[in-house]
Design a protein around this ligand. Structure first.
Ligand code: ME8
Length: 535
């Protein structure tokens, strides 16, 4: 693990209230950022909004407000949601900010000077919704957008183009040399087969038919076409090209690990054009572009335009932020598409959090209370049995696998690993049967060992889950009676003895949900008037 770690989400379009799909990407990125911080990395986590473009301009017109007023209003809803979800981003970039705008203009000017761009005319099939031009061969049936299925329109206008041909060899070399540049690898094959093999066209990077964008200095009437504007956020936020570029030097330098987390819908822009722009700027590429899957509903991708979105606020209100965060991290394998269902949500919370995790906590603290007046007893290795040694060893192995999995961005598997350890500890309770040991005075030492080991394992499980369970992990540490300064990753995974600590058994952290009632409640949220639910 490198010391400096830079991680980003896509910058979302503030075209409407954010939904669970946006929350999915931001939460997963947050879980990774928190994991790396907890393990000692110096992390910079960026998210933000992509505020220009024809779609935003049209939405604002429809609402009778200026585009700036429109995005200002929606920006608040994104920021509020990230607060509610306890997102720990270090910065929030908006592409209408001056710090970003001037960087985009400077980059375009450099491209002009270096002859990376040229003026021409663009003729093609354009999808207003996706803000993408498509070639004839890429179109869906009856001239529809291959991404969203809407009809496309034929357009011709004067435009600047970025010369992709100039950087194609570099891109292919990058694909060869860095297997992580597109993860999962299947997405790379898609890029090669769908876009590169058919012949990569140069990329249109200015437009003249709408005005809501970054104006270029070189020619009246041209604004930067969204993707050059949007992708630049990853470096403008760090101060690239500015007087104070210390953050840029630190987090875009060779000593930094750079990871972009994106959804499958925007892979092309991040893994073809972005590396080319960076090459043209003589800048290093990211280490990894991780493509997560999409949250689907029974009728397809969750999206505002399909009218099937699930809003996050009512879920947080009813089940708490950690239930939502844990569900998102654990239920849908990071990197694959997944379906949101009310049943899946309730089962996941009950099965993992109320049963496995909650039971371990309640039983352990209950027994420490009953047998040792709530004070964690000491351990005596001379009286260890194989089962004791075995559980401690499993705890050590779990921490190591968890780290390897996390560094591979296998977030779902890492959380599952932590939960497996909770399962092991529950099994251990059954096998060691402390209630039987308690009846035998000669087994007092063994009973103390069991309780001591369980407390250490519980501490570890809580720590491993803490990037997802940001509030309840603290609740668990409170109940274990740990001082604030002792709540460190190193201490937790060292599994050292917590003897003498006074535990404070409290309310169950995750009460069991009534399956029928809660499934209905979530269905109600999904069916209810959407705007009201989101308000
Ligand atoms: O594409 N499931 O913005 P956007 C999972 N501004 N993730 C989803 C999702 C779903 N149903 N719906 C959206 C843009 N997302 C550009 C990005 S980046 C330089 C510019 C997430 O508002 C997913 O991460 O359409 C997807 O890539 C992103 O939101 C797209 O957000």
């Amino acid at each position: 693990m490198k010391k400096n770690f830079y991680i980003t989400t896509p910058i979302y379009y503030p075209s409407a209230h954010p939904h669970l799909g946006h929350a999915y990407c931001t939460t997963l990125t947050d879980i990774i950022a928190r994991n790396k911080r907890m393990r000692g990395a110096d992390v910079f986590f960026l998210t933000g909004l992509d505020e220009h473009g024809e779609k935003i301009q049209k939405n604002a017109e429809a609402k009778g407000v200026s585009p700036q007023e429109f995005v200002d209003e929606v920006a608040v809803t994104f920021k509020e949601l990230w607060n509610k979800l306890r997102i720990s981003n270090n910065d929030f970039i908006r592409t209408t900010e001056k710090r970003h705008l001037s960087t985009v203009q400077d980059i375009f000017s450099k491209f002009v000077k270096d002859e990376d761009v040229y003026l021409s005319a663009y003729k093609g099939w354009y999808c207003v919704h996706e803000e993408s031009y498509w070639t004839e061969t890429q179109l869906g049936p009856d001239h529809t957008c291959p991404e969203c299925g809407r009809p496309v329109e034929e357009k011709k206008e004067e435009a600047y183009f970025f010369s992709c041909k100039k950087y194609l060899d570099d891109l292919l070399k990058l694909y060869e040399e860095n297997p992580k540049i597109i993860v999962p690898v299947g997405r790379k094959t898609e890029m090669i087969n769908n876009f590169i093999k058919p012949g990569l066209n140069d990329l249109c990077i200015t437009r003249t038919s709408f005005s809501w964008g970054v104006p270029i200095k070189e020619k009246e009437g041209h604004v930067i076409y969204v993707w050059l504007d949007a992708l630049t956020n990853y470096i403008s936020a760090l101060g690239y090209g500015k007087k104070d570029h210390s953050l840029f030097d630190k987090f875009w330098g060779e000593d930094s690990e750079i990871v972009h987390i994106i959804g499958a819908d925007i892979t092309r822009f991040h893994t073809i054009y972005w590396p080319m722009f960076l090459k043209a700027l003589n800048l290093r590429e990211p280490d990894e572009v991780f493509v997560h899957g999409l949250l689907m509903m029974k009728d397809g991708k969750m999206s505002k335009s399909k009218g099937n979105v699930v809003y996050v606020e009512p879920l947080i209100e009813r089940y708490g932020v950690d239930a939502v965060r844990y569900f998102l991290g654990r239920e849908i394998v990071f990197g694959q598409d997944g379906e949101f269902t009310p049943e899946g949500f309730v089962e996941r919370i009950n099965g993992d959090l109320a049963n496995d995790f909650g039971n371990l906590l309640n039983r352990t603290l209950g027994m420490i209370g009953k047998y040792f007046d709530g004070v964690i007893p000491s351990r005596n290795e001379a009286d260890f049995t194989d089962l004791d040694r075995d559980l401690l060893e499993k705890g050590r192995v779990a921490a190591r696998s968890y780290e390897v999995l996390f560094d591979d961005l296998k977030v779902t598997e890492s959380l599952a690993k932590a939960m497996e350890l909770a399962d092991e500890a529950n099994k251990y309770i059954q096998e060691r049967a402390p209630w039987a040991l308690a009846k035998d005075e000669s087994k007092k030492n063994e009973l103390a060992n069991v309780m001591n080991i369980l407390a250490s394992i519980l501490f570890e499980v809580g720590m491993l889950l803490s990037p997802a369970l940001v509030e309840k992990s603290e609740g668990l540490f409170d109940q274990l009676g740990l001082d604030k300064e002792d709540r460190t990753y190193e201490k937790a995974v060292s599994l050292s003895s917590l003897e003498g600590t006074k535990t404070q058994k409290g309310e169950p952290l995750f009460p069991r949900l009534d399956v029928v009632k809660e499934t209905e409640a979530i269905k109600e949220m999904m069916a209810g008037p959407k705007e009201k639910a989101a308000a």
